[in-house]
Ligand binder design. Sequence first.
Ligand SMILES: Cc1ncc(COP(=O)(O)O)c(C=O)c1O
Length: 412
Amino acid sequence: MKVASTKVNFDVESIRKDFPILSREVNGKPLVYFDNAATSQTPQQVIDAIVDYYSRYNANIHRGVHTLSQEATDAYEQARIKVQKHFNADKSHEIILTSGTTHAINLVASGFSSLLKENEEIIVSALEHHSNIVPWQMLCEKTGAKLKVIPMNDNGTLNMEEYEKLLSEKTKLVFVNHVSNALGTINPVEEIIRKAHNVGAAVLLDGAQAAPHIKANVQELDVDFYVVSAHKMCGPTGVGMLYGKEEWLKKLPPYQGGGEMIATVTFENTTYADLPHKFEAGTPDICGGIAFGAALDYMNAIGFENIATYEHELLEYATEKLLEIEGLRIYGTSAEKTAVISFNIGDIHPYDIGTIIDKLGIAVRTGHHCAQPVMDYYKIPGTVRASFSFYNTKEEIDKFIEAVKRAKTMLS
Ligand SMILES: Cc1ncc(COP(=O)(O)O)c(C=O)c1O
């Protein structure tokens, strides 16, 4: 994989050339894209992988003897191995390719409906995205299990003393995000996993917001399930991963029935395929899976340590500049954060700031960020969220700061 230059010294200007969208204008101004926590942009190398698939070997996989089908199958299974290597899973069949994080969480939640008993307990955290709350509520409704919540502290960290108090022999599952999408907090996942395992509970980490910044090692973490979406890490939408320890994936029943996930079918009886196919009913997003692999190649060529160091510089620079604006409050001030800043200015509505700065070419997210409980905790309707990626620059942050100041003047 060719990256503009393989960055030992991080060269953001040449990296930016890999992303065609970064040279477009919005409302007559150069685009400043600070909505990376919602979805990241796509480098030419990934776009090329997509074009190559549809131009040269578009075919259905796993069932054809013809050359195109075999080429597509090989590329798709190669992508699974790239994902396995990236997250350091022990076996490639522990990687289930899903349509994204939400699909992966629902797959696990649905599977646990046959394993959980009434009055057993599930723990989630106060920092969760709705996709890590609602499936567990639905599971509790079905099984009579109880949902417990790890409370948060004012600085956007989790209250770990309370977590410890919630754990008991009734706890069967713990679900937390590795990184909060609303605030950027990096949660102490090693401790969370260790303590859950001490009471015999399984742990699912939602890595949707961690994966673009941190290379998680699932074996070192000893996590039971880890889920991500490719579109937040330079890949396409519509594809993601569920990592599950083999023992768990064997225990869980299939999520959906259909082609691909069976071994034999008669009207009397069906037997299921082995892992990973047991969880991959129907034709998958073949091109998406292959492009996910290309995205991992791209990010690994830049290097996750380079990415983390550079993004941290952007975070510190932007935080300092934003705090110079009178009346501005940042939500989420943990020492361990990814490059996400959620803020409000006085009682100005976040939508108003977002709308004005869009006119200046700047894309940020405004609202509750699918984390209404976090907003309820702070008693606010939402925030302005600027989230940076390794292809952003300090010059872009300067433009953003000027735009926010202008919005403040117009709205005060
Ligand atoms: C922490 C977290 N979990 C889950 C999701 C849902 O991801 P997707 O919509 O790709 O399934 C998101 C998306 O923003 C997220 O930030």
